[in-house]
Ligand binder design. Structure first.
Ligand code: ADP
Length: 397
């Protein structure tokens, strides 16, 4: 069975084609600058070099056409024809309360996706364009939606309700949804395999630390709390997002700096986080380097970030009454020994004891805790595309 996984952003379309007999990636790539001058496709087949195709594409439908042409091209294609694609899996950011698992897309699902747009006005429309583009370009093929929010729908009310008048939850669905669900679920499953125990006997804390970052508390395979909220802005200080702050700061900042609410929204989403604090970069590699070079603001930004993650791990230890493992994943979690050391130091009260030598690892699935630690520290590279392909395969069968 061959499955195409699609992840659409406002001006990009990322894809990976899988052979699900052995879960091999046949090809992957991205169309960038959709609707903007200078659009191009970067295509990387498993059996050849990366190629770039420059071609103006005005929308996601044209971008999708470019992708299927590349996949079936004589020189750098990996499929003999489109008939080989058995199903298409789509990443969808926000499924609201409508979806607690992945679904086969039909007219009813499309209407529900439309209803979710107001919850994620920037993210969901491009996801919907991607689905429409796939329907047009590979008609008759099963399409599956896999939601970032679905895994967290198991959270109890005490985790997902905000301290607002209840009517706003009832009228406008304002509550915590959480994101990165596909990644939290993938690493939780891998952790169970690594620990050699059934997932439904484990208490796990998963730290997805990339440019966007979130932590989740997972009890018996179910998400019971997570740091992101109604939108991905809540929770940890991130690359460019502020994370949680005193809500009164918004009005105070508007008054002091004479800003509109839209301007404050841009500051909180794009100019804050470790970028805003360090005044160096939103890329942790640059900030780690600047810290080594003695830049004080860069060091402070890292300290704030590390302390943020620590606080969430600590509060989820309380939520779960201890944990069997703390898992680090995504760009920073997989690649930075520094973040893992700072987050887990002095946590022996919870059975967490990092082995500093084992921890000198990047991008590799490993147990980096001391042999006798009762709570393991695991590095598990995430693979959201593979997870989407697996869910798609299960539903398309
Ligand atoms: P997203 O998908 O949210 O864009 P990623 O999971 O790709 O994020 O992670 C990107 C972040 O991971 C960047 O801030 C980058 O600096 C960090 N990162 C990637 N590789 C390394 C590394 N070797 N050392 C430290 N940080 C890294």
């Amino acid at each position: 069975m061959k499955i195409l996984v699609i992840n659409c952003g406002s001006s990009s379309l990322k894809y990976q084609a899988f052979n699900m007999e052995n879960e091999d990636v046949l090809a992957k790539g991205v169309v960038e600058r959709i609707g903007i001058e200078g659009s191009k496709l970067k295509h990387e087949p498993h059996n050849g070099d990366e190629t770039e195709i420059e071609k103006d594409v005005s929308d996601h439908k044209e971008a999708f056409k470019l992708v299927v042409d590349a996949l079936t091209n004589e020189q750098h294609g990996v499929l003999s024809s489109l008939e080989e694609i058995d199903a298409v899996g789509h990443r969808v950011v926000h499924g609201g309360e409508e979806f607690s698992e992945s679904v086969v897309i039909n007219d009813e699902v499309m209407s529900a996706l439309d209803r979710c747009i107001s919850l994620a006005p920037l993210h969901n429309p491009p996801n919907i364009y991607g689905i429409e583009a796939a329907k047009e370009n590979v008609p008759g093929v099963t399409q599956v939606a896999v939601f970032d929010t679905a895994f967290h729908q198991s959270m109890p009310k005490k985790s997902y309700l905000y301290g607002l008048p209840y009517e706003y939850y009832e009228k406008h669905s304002i509550r915590r949804y959480g994101f990165h669900g596909t990644s939290h679920k993938y690493v939780a499953n891998r952790a169970a395999e690594m620990l050699g125990k059934p997932l439904n006997e484990l208490k796990l804390i998963t730290c997805h630390l990339g440019n966007g970052a979130s932590v989740a508390a997972i009890d018996k395979g179910e998400s019971v709390d997570t740091s992101m909220g109604l939108t991905p802005l809540e929770g940890l200080v991130m690359g460019t997002r502020s994370g949680s702050l005193d809500p009164a700061i918004i009005k105070y900042l508007m008054d002091k700096e004479d800003l509109t609410i839209e301007e404050v929204d841009t500051i909180l989403n794009k100019k804050s986080g470790v970028l805003g604090l360090s005044e160096v970069s939103n890329d942790f590699r640059d900030i780690e380097k600047a810290t080594e070079d003695g830049n004080e603001k860069a060091k402070t930004a890292l300290d704030v970030f590390y302390y943020n993650v620590r606080k969430y791990v600590g509060s989820y230890l309380a939520t779960l009454n201890g944990a069997d493992a703390v898992i680090f994943t995504a760009g920073l979690g997989e690649n930075s020994p520094g973040v893992r050391e700072a987050v887990t130091e002095d946590m022996s009260y919870a059975g967490i004891e990092l082995d500093k030598e084992k921890n000198q690892v990047r991008g590799k699935e490993t147990d980096v805790s001391k042999d006798n630690a009762s709570c393991k520290v695991l590095v598990i590279p995430t693979n959201e595309e593979l997870m989407i392909a697996r869910e798609t395969k299960a539903l398309a069968k």
